[in-house]
Design a binder for this molecule. Structure first.
Ligand code: ADP
Ligand code: MG
Length: 235
């Protein structure tokens, strides 16, 4: 089993991401625009027109993927700190991903600790686990299982996301979170995990990855527990 504890220190890269991201969105948009111009030409055949249209669609989808993976950073609520009830919020994320899981014959099983809150930005928390669980779904092109567990200690809440997917080599694990690192060709952006690392760091959490090729992957997230007493002093 390949193991690595990632201490979320890949952050300098993240800080320069804004410019890179807009570049990443501008490229496909410029390409799409070019083909829209070509389609204005009255003389082109219906066949060519259809071909151009499908290129435009692909380019727009590519821009959309970048935005989806990076959504968090365009939210005005950035830095907004609140109590995040882990079970409730994870259920919301799972609901969003249910249709895509069903479509890919992926079954999601959960086992949540009833209680437990952490502190952070709810939008970012959603984005983080959306990206992680989406990767799990995408790692099982022929279907499989995702197990989502939470439990807690006196001081920490642990969230485990386990899949029965393609797994990762040691090299792949090392490169996780590197901007643009993707093994999905034109279907990937390589931005999802970078965003995950950034968010987990902001919430003072850690990430552990265990993976085995063709067996699956376990992501273990550990976050400090939300401290009610210190927050509610004024009541
Ligand atoms: P993308 O999903 O666009 O490729 P990510 O940053 O989300 O980019 O993920 C980077 C890479 O990490 C993926 O291309 C894949 O190779 C690997 N990866 C992430 N999660 C998993 C997983 N659960 N199982 C197997 N590989 C994974
Ligand atoms: Mg991804």
């Amino acid at each position: 089993i390949q193991k690595k504890v990632i201490l979320t220190e890949k952050m300098e890269a993240v800080e320069q991401m804004g410019a890179a991201i807009s570049h990443e969105i501008r490229n496909p948009l410029t390409a799409a625009m070019g083909f829209v111009h070509l389609m204005k030409e009255p003389a082109i055949s219906p066949k060519k027109r259809m071909e151009y249209l499908s290129i435009v669609k692909e380019e727009l989808e590519s821009a959309e993927r970048v935005i989806q993976n990076y959504l968090t950073f365009s939210k005005p609520s950035l830095g907004y700190i609140e109590e995040i009830p882990v079970k409730t919020e994870l259920l919301k994320v799972i609901n969003i991903l249910k249709p895509s899981a069903n479509q890919n014959s992926v079954e999601i099983t959960t086992n949540f600790a009833i209680l437990g809150s952490i502190e952070g930005d709810r939008q970012k928390f959603h984005q983080c686990f959306l990206n992680v669980i989406k990767n799990s779904i995408e790692s099982m092109p022929r279907g499989g299982h995702i197990y989502i567990y939470t439990h807690y200690t006196k001081t920490h809440i642990i969230i485990e996301i386990e899949d029965t997917g393609v797994g990762m080599s040691q090299e792949q694990i090392q490169r996780l979170g590197e901007p643009y690192y993707s093994t999905k060709g034109s279907k990937g952006t390589g931005l999802g995990m970078m965003v995950v690392f950034s968010i987990v760091k902001a919430m003072k959490g850690t990430i552990k990855v265990e993976s085995e090729i063709n067996q699956g992957t376990i992501f273990t997230f550990t976050f400090p527990t939300y401290n009610h007493s210190s927050k509610n002093e004024r009541f």
